[in-house]
Design a protein around this ligand. Structure first.
Ligand SMILES: [Fe+2]
Length: 189
């Protein structure tokens, strides 16, 4: 409740599509709660187009296309080796998943770890363009700022779910598919 009140008072709203961030990814991760980056060319996500992305307003158990598991796990490990391990000595790999749309709970400001989930950091890979035109985005709030992020296909958002950060997702129109990779990082507790 306190955090929500704080959010309403927020005076600075940054649209990352218009206002190009001046900070490095490391800085946005620790100061604003997110890392926005693009997959290198050698990482192919086209294979996921062949799998079914379940509408996430359906029960969570049904989301995952089991055929995608091998490819999801490979990417989960790749992110661990190339991003998580480069920043943190100690971490655990948690679940990976894929879905389409935005569930009811994720439309509201929240922090997944504070809400009882087993991870406190996750990477969301975007399969479709999020733009001002289609109205799809992800927003990350720190005490002072709300950053509105429009990830394009092949871009990813690495969320820092330390207590001081909250996020919410918007799905206004079109297809909005994501891959999700979860980690538990003690240094972010
Ligand atoms: Fe979330």
């Amino acid at each position: 409740m306190g955090t929500k009140n704080q959010m309403n008072k927020s005076i600075v709203c940054i649209d990352t599509e218009k206002d190009q961030p001046q900070m490095t990814n490391e800085q946005t991760f620790f100061i604003d709660g997110y890392w926005l980056d693009k997959l290198p060319n050698h990482i192919n996500i086209d294979v996921f187009d062949t799998f079914e992305f379940k509408d996430c307003t359906q029960p969570e158990e049904t989301w995952l296309d089991q055929n995608a598991m091998k490819d999801l796990k490979r990417l989960h490990k790749w992110f661990a080796d190339n991003y998580i391990a480069k920043m943190f000595d100690d971490f655990q790999m948690k679940d990976c998943a894929m879905w389409s749309g935005v569930d009811e709970g994720s439309r509201e400001w929240h922090n997944d770890f504070e809400d009882g989930d087993a991870f406190n950091s996750n990477i969301l890979v975007y399969m479709d363009d999020n733009t001002e035109q289609n109205g799809n985005n992800i927003q990350v709030a720190s005490g002072d700022y709300i950053n509105i992020i429009y990830p394009k296909r092949r871009e990813f958002v690495w969320l820092n779910q330390k207590k001081c950060f909250q996020h919410r997702a918007t799905h206004k129109s079109g297809v909005r598919r994501v891959l999700s990779f979860e980690y538990m990082i003690p240094a972010l507790l």
